[in-house]
Structures are given as structure tokens and as C-alpha cells.
Design a protein. Structure first.
Length: 749
């Protein structure tokens, strides 16, 4: 019997021949040819796929193929087409024809850096890898025998295509910024919806539901950790486990929905950062099931976490135009989601009634970590916190590689498990032999040998094979033993998606490609940035054997378009600069795509929830700077590159003053006095001119090196106050004083 998976699988492969044509070689895989021959003679399937393909691309007809222009055979960087009002001359950057990864290969490069003589070979390599993987994964399987086999085949072909066709252009008639994979994926999602819609005898133009889900309370949930003598050893593990749990939660919910509605993972258009978007058929059955599913998930979360975590659904009914102008549909969906979030616990209140407002605390032993549940494990820890700690520890210590989604609760063995009651479970493994296990199998950051690659920002510092504490991280800083929390996210992301493309270029496949590329940077490549900077730290150390940690940075959260990272205070500043620099490179120097951040420096013993809360506040202050594109720290917003108040100048001057202090060209006492004078020079908007001669005298009297003396006087004592660095100098001096601080005894800071 032909069902949604037949339509979906046929659509997923409908343009696979484009790769073969560009490679100038036929498809050799017997399995691929079997699927193509089975489905492509079916008129009903072909008609639906044609309709779905047009909707995906936003065009009335396929552009066809023009393989005469070599540059069009590569994926044009989609970031070059973003325009929200800032002037930008496009750089003509293209992606390499490579498998998806978290290496530098994902960065677009100039056309003249690409070898056009090997295009066919590169296409042949990707096609060969696709065919080899499919033959290996589906060897001797009766793919179209029954639903279970179709689901298994679909999921495996999906992740193989995702790996090898993400950086292949959909079209070659012009500069294509749409990934072939995103076109195949969205065409598959649309085709399944159309079949379901027609099979249910529905009528009307609005054939689709665009569903959004949002998990609320994420930050409070992650950061609410009781810190004390009994818990301090596992605080970082608990944070990491909770952060990953939220990631798993949103993945589980989205996959559970498509499974319950007889759809496939292609219908999950986006999933990350605590939200998801799913394309569904606008049928009575789908709408009724969504109500049931939402309530079931809400009740499950309420029973486990009360109001600390909640989930809401919202959807809009859209027609074909809503698919073609997908950006507009997302804007409408966002408005609906805001309405739903304002009533997020209403359904639970209707069930719980008065009990909802009464907190039950009559436990014999309350959990020492969350202070919310009964401590059933050793009389101290609740089952949930135990799971989070175990997940946070084994994710790194045991190098968990595989994630398996099991909606039938059939799996009985695992390294770590997260249960979702009757809805199913998510099991984690460091090693796995069975590629057919569960509904869907993923491997973390391509560390496994099979399964869909799931990119996760999971870098953490290890000490002796276990997750290091914040007290272990702080001594890695130069001078003052402090940590810093870095919070960053992309500026004006809503505007980028809603108005960033020209009106006729807002198709579902294009928006999906943009989401993919952003997610790849924040979920995957962010690990490489942290690793590379940590290696630079070790290389700069005279005796790196004294460093007991394998990494400087602790990624608490990274996904969607934002991140939270903890590290040694000085190298966290370097990390913020590096992330901004790499993002600029990744988006082809397009000034319409910028990032802002906040860095809060703290003692490692400060409760982490306070540190993270302050980091969030600092990010908000950075966003208030005109034009955003800023980093807020030391109670001041700095631009990244331009002007006196730039991070570039702050870091350079900070290094310079540190060097002068270390070489005893200036004393720490003088640096401290100048910093205090700089702080006091401007009170309530009025310059205290009496301080200027005092600072000038202090410089002349206390600096012996004539070059440095003249340099400092030239910077601070100028004919016009607007040309002086006298107000700015306190910031790099703060860095210098912190870097040169003797942690045993120091009266200057």
C-alpha cells in the first residue's frame, strides 16, 4: 500500500540525478535505481512531487541545468544575499563541494581559490560516497515492504544525503544559494503533506499547517542549581547535563510529533535553541492530534518540573503562497507563538485546578540539587538531577557518540537514558553495533561511524578524565584567578529572516538553507573555535605540562543563533573576538549580519546562576548600543573594530600596558592611580579638569623611560579633551592590573 513515506522517499530522491549529470556518470547503486524505478513510474506520485518541488523552490518551473558555467556548479554563499539596510558589495564567495563537517571546509571562499578543473571529480566523489553508504546501510533490505522498513530506509537515506549534498547547489542556471539537500528535504515534507491532505478528502486553499513549539523557562531551569559543599563537585556536570537535556527534549518532541502524525523527519524544518518548526497537513485529524500531543507533553513536564519547564504550540494555516513566501509565514507564526506563551500553563491549570497553586514539599528528604523533588537516591538526589549529572559527566567522560530515539520503549540497554514516560525514551551510547536500533539514530559531532550527524556544542575542559570545575578553570587565567561568562547572539535575526531576502526570494528551501548554515556555525563549528584557541594557549605556555586541563572553555549552551561559554577571564575575551572574526569570515564580510555579546567576570566561587544571569544582562546592554554589533564588559559597551572604544584597541592597549608593568617600565601603583583618575575624570557628564595636571605630573615623575613617558602623555594629555584617551585608559589598565596581579598579596586590585 502506498502511503506518505512512499511520497516522501520519492520526493527526497527526485533530483538525485542532478548530481549524476554534473558528475557525468550514471547512478550505479542498485538500491537507488530500484527506488527510482519503483516510484517514478507512478503518475500520482510524480504529479505530487512536481507540485511540491515548485512550492519548495518558489518557482513555477524548474530552472533546469546549465553545466557550462563552472562557478554555478558550486553553492553560492546565502549570506551574500542578506540585506536589511546596510550597504554591501557582494564578495562572490562559494562553498567547496565537500561533506558536511565542523572543519574550515564549511567556510565559503573566493571563486579564484577553487579549482574548476576537478569539478566532475568532486561531484563523482560525493555521488560515490552516497551510493556506497546507501548500499552498505540498506544491503539486502526489502525497503518498500512495509512501513517499518520504509521509515528505516527513509531515515538512513535522509542522513546520507544530508551529509553529502548540503554544499551542493540546487540549480546551476545561475548563482544558486539554495542547498540541494534543503530542496530535497522541503520537497519531501511538502509532498507528504499534500498526499495526506488529499487522502483525507480535505478541501480549500490552505493545505498546510506551520507549527511552532517553544520550550519556556530554559535558562531558569538550567541555572537553578543549589550550590554548597555537598553539591559543588557536580555543579558543572549538572549544568552540562541540563543544557543537553533541553537539547534532547526539543528533538524528542519534534520527532514524536511527526511520528504520531505519520510523517517524517523532513517535516521538521527547524529544531534548535529551544524551538522547532514543523510543516504539517491541514487536516482535522492533525489538528486534533496536536491538541492531544501538546497536553501530553505539558503534563509530562509539569509532573517532572512543575512550572520550571513548559512547552507551548502555535500554528498558522497557510496556502501555497505561504510556502513560497515562507518568511512571511514565519512572521505570522511568531506572533501566534507569543500569544500562546502568554497562556502557557492554562491547560495544565484546567487539569490540576487548585493543586497547581500549591507546592507540595512534604518529602522525607529533599533533593540537594534542585530542592524540588524527593531525594530518592542515597536520600539526597532525585532521579531527574541524577540523570542530568550522569548525562553531563558521561557525555564527555565516556565520550557518548550515539543518540537513539525509541518511541516504543523497546530498548532495554543503554549507557544513559532519558525517559519520557509512555511517549518513549532517548538512549545514549559510547559504542553501538546495531544500525537499525530505534526510530532514529544520530551520532554526535560525527564521532560515530554511522547515523545522522547531530552537531552539538559540547566542548568542556577535562581534568583526569572528568569534567573540570570552575575552580579548576580560573587558575588558567594570567594573574587574577577569575572566570568569565560569555553570552552572545546574532543581531536582528528576526529582520534577517523576515526582510533579509528580496520579496521573490523567500522560499521555504532558501529560508531552510539559511537556518542550516547559521545552525552549523553555532552548534558545530563553535567547538573548533574553542579547541583552536585552547591549543594556542598551550603553545604560548613555556611549560604546557603544568596545564592539567585539555581545554580552556566550557560550552554551557550553543544552538540556534546564541551561545553561553565559561572560561578563564582573559582568554574568554580572546574567545569573543575570535568568534566575531570567524563569523565575519563565515558570512562573507556582510555587515548586515553581526553579533553582540556580554562578558561578566566573576570569582569561580560565585554561584553560577548569578554569573550567568549577569552575563545575560550584559548581553542586553550590548544590544542597546546604536547599531548593536558590540561587546559589553567592564560596565561599558565596545565596538568590535572601529574607534577608540573598540575591543581591538582595548585588547591591544591592555597587552601593551601589561608588558610595560611586567618589564617594570611603569609600576602597578602608577597604573592603579591613573585608572582611578580615569574613572573620576567624568562625573555626571562633567569633566574634572583639575585632575588632568595631576595625572600629567604623575606620569612625568614616575615613568623613567622617555619613550613610554612621551607616549602616555601624548595619549592622555591633549589640547582638546575629545582627542584624549583619558576616559578610555581605565579599561585597558583594568586588564593590565588583573593580568599582573599577584594572587597571594596585592593592594592594587
Amino acid at each position: 500500500m502506498i502511503d506518505n513515506y512512499d511520497y516522501a522517499l520519492a520526493a527526497l530522491l527526485h533530483d538525485i540525478d542532478k548530481i549524476a549529470k554534473r558528475a557525468d556518470t550514471p547512478i550505479k547503486s542498485s538500491i537507488l535505481n530500484q527506488i527510482i524505478n519503483t516510484y517514478f513510474d507512478n503518475n500520482s506520485i510524480q504529479k505530487t512531487i512536481e507540485e511540491a518541488s515548485k512550492l519548495s523552490s518558489g518557482k513555477e518551473k524548474d530552472d533546469g541545468e546549465d553545466n557550462t558555467k563552472a562557478e554555478n556548479l558550486r553553492l553560492y554563499s546565502i549570506f551574500q544575499n542578506i540585506d536589511i539596510g546596510k550597504k554591501y558589495k557582494k564578495k562572490n564567495h562559494y562553498h567547496k563541494l565537500v561533506p558536511i563537517s565542523i572543519s574550515d571546509d564549511i567556510f565559503p571562499v573566493k571563486k579564484d581559490q577553487l579549482n574548476e578543473q576537478v569539478l566532475k571529480q568532486e561531484y563523482r566523489y560525493l555521488l560515490n560516497r552516497i551510493e556506497e553508504n546507501i548500499e552498505e546501510e540498506l544491503y539486502q533490505r526489502e525497503i518498500i515492504k512495509n512501513k517499518d522498513e520504509k521509515v528505516r530506509a527513509y531515515n538512513k537515506i535522509y542522513y546520507i544525503l544530508e551529509r553529502y549534498t548540503t554544499f551542493i547547489p540546487y540549480s546551476t542556471t545561475d548563482k544558486s544559494d539554495i542547498s540541494l539537500f534543503e530542496h530535497l528535504k522541503t520537497t519531501s515534507a511538502i509532498a507528504a503533506c499534500l498526499n495526506e491532505y488529499y487522502q483525507n478528502g480535505q478541501e480549500g486553499d490552505r493545505k498546510f499547517l506551520l507549527l511552532a513549539g517553544d520550550v519556556s523557562g530554559i535558562q531558569n531551569f538550567i541555572y537553578q542549581v543549589t550550590e554548597g559543599e555537598e553539591t559543588k563537585e557536580n555543579v558543572s556536570k549538572n549544568l552540562r547535563g541540563k543544557s543537553f537535556y533541553v537539547n534532547v527534549l526539543i528533538d524528542f518532541i519534534s520527532k514524536y510529533i511527526v511520528k504520531e502524525l505519520n510523517l517524517n523527519i523532513s517535516n521538521i524544518l527547524y529544531c534548535g535553541g529551544g524551538t522547532f518548526q514543523i510543516l504539517l497537513p491541514n487536516t482535522t485529524d492533525a489538528r486534533e492530534k496536536l491538541v492531544e500531543i501538546e497536553l501530553k507533553i505539558q503534563k509530562h513536564l509539569y509532573d517532572k518540573y512543575k512550572t520550571r519547564l513548559g512547552v507551548v504550540f502555535a500554528y498558522v494555516e497557510i496556502d501555497e503562497e505561504g510556502i513560497k513566501n515562507y518568511a512571511k509565514s514565519l512572521t505570522q507564526l511568531h506572533e501566534k507563538l507569543i500569544e500562546a506563551k502568554n497562556q502557557k500553563f492554562l491547560d495544565v491549570i484546567n487539569i490540576e485546578k487548585d493543586d497547581f497553586f500549591v507546592r507540595k514539599t512534604n518529602f522525607k528528604n529533599t533533593c540537594i540539587y534542585c530542592n524540588e523533588h524527593e531525594g530518592t537516591i542515597k536520600g539526597k538526589i532525585c532521579e531527574e538531577c541524577s540523570t542530568h549529572i550522569s548525562l553531563g559527566e558521561k557525555l564527555v567522560k565516556s565520550r557518548l557518540k550515539y543518540i537513539v530515539y525509541d518511541f516504543d520503549n523497546e530498548i532495554g540497554k543503554w549507557d544513559v537514558r532519558v525517559s519520557f514516560g509512555s511517549m518513549g525514551q532517548v538512549c545514549f551510547y559510547s559504542e553501538l553495533d546495531d544500525t537499525d536500533i530505534g526510530f532514529m539514530l544520530e551520532n554526535i559531532n560525527n564521532t560515530g561511524e554511522f547515523g545522522r550527524i547531530k552537531f552539538v556544542g559540547n566542548t568542556v575542559p577535562l581534568r583526569g578524565g572528568t569534567v573540570a570545575s570552575f575552580n579548576d578553570i580560573a587558575p588558567l587565567a594570567e594573574g587574577d584567578r577569575k572566570i568569565a561568562v560569555l553570552k552572545m547572539d546574532i543581531d536582528n535575526l528576526g529582520a534577517i529572516f523576515s526582510t533579509g531576502f528580496e520579496e521573490e526570494n523567500k522560499s521555504i528551501a532558501r529560508i531552510s538553507t539559511l537556518s542550516r548554515m547559521i545552525d552549523l556555525f553555532f552548534c558545530g563549528y563553535i567547538n573548533k573555535i574553542c579547541d583552536d584557541l585552547s591549543k594556542e594557549y598551550l603553545e604560548a605556555k613555556e611549560d604546557c605540562t603544568q596545564v592539567e586541563l585539555d581545554n580552556l572553555f566550557y560550552i554551557n549552551f550553543s544552538g540556534g543563533d546564541d551561545l553561553v561559554i565559561i572560561g578563564p577571564w582573559d582568554w574568554t575575551i580572546n574567545l569573543a573576538v575570535r568568534i566575531n572574526d570567524k563569523l565575519i569570515e563565515y558570512v562573507c564580510q556582510n555587515p548586515n549580519i553581526t553579533i553582540s555579546g556580554g562578558i561578566y567576570i566573576a570569582d569561580p566561587k560565585t554561584p553560577v546562576r548569578i554569573t550567568l544571569y549577569e552575563g545575560e544582562k550584559y548581553l542586553e546592554k550590548a544590544k542597546k548600543r546604536e547599531g548593536k554589533n558590540a561587546l559589553y564588559m567592564f560596565e561599558k559597551d565596545f565596538s568590535w573594530e572601529d574607534g577608540m572604544y573598540s575591543i581591538k584597541k582595548l585588547v591591544e592597549n591592555g597587552e601593551e600596558y601589561t608588558d610595560w608593568i611586567n618589564k617594570k617600565c611603569i609600576s602597578r601603583g602608577l597604573a592603579y592611580n591613573i585608572m582611578i583618575g580615569s574613572r573620576n575624570i567624568n562625573r555626571k557628564g562633567q569633566i574634572d579638569f583639575d585632575l588632568i595636571p595631576q595625572i600629567a605630573y604623575s606620569l612625568s615623575r614616575n615613568i623613567k623611560d622617555e619613550r613610554i613617558k612621551n607616549d602616555m602623555i601624548g595619549r592622555l594629555i591633549t589640547p582638546h579633551i575629545k582627542d584624549s584617551e583619558i576616559e578610555f585608559v581605565k579599561y585597558p589598565l583594568m586588564i593590565a592590573l588583573m593580568k599582573t596581579r599577584d594572587v597571594k598579596e596585592d593592594k592594587y586590585g
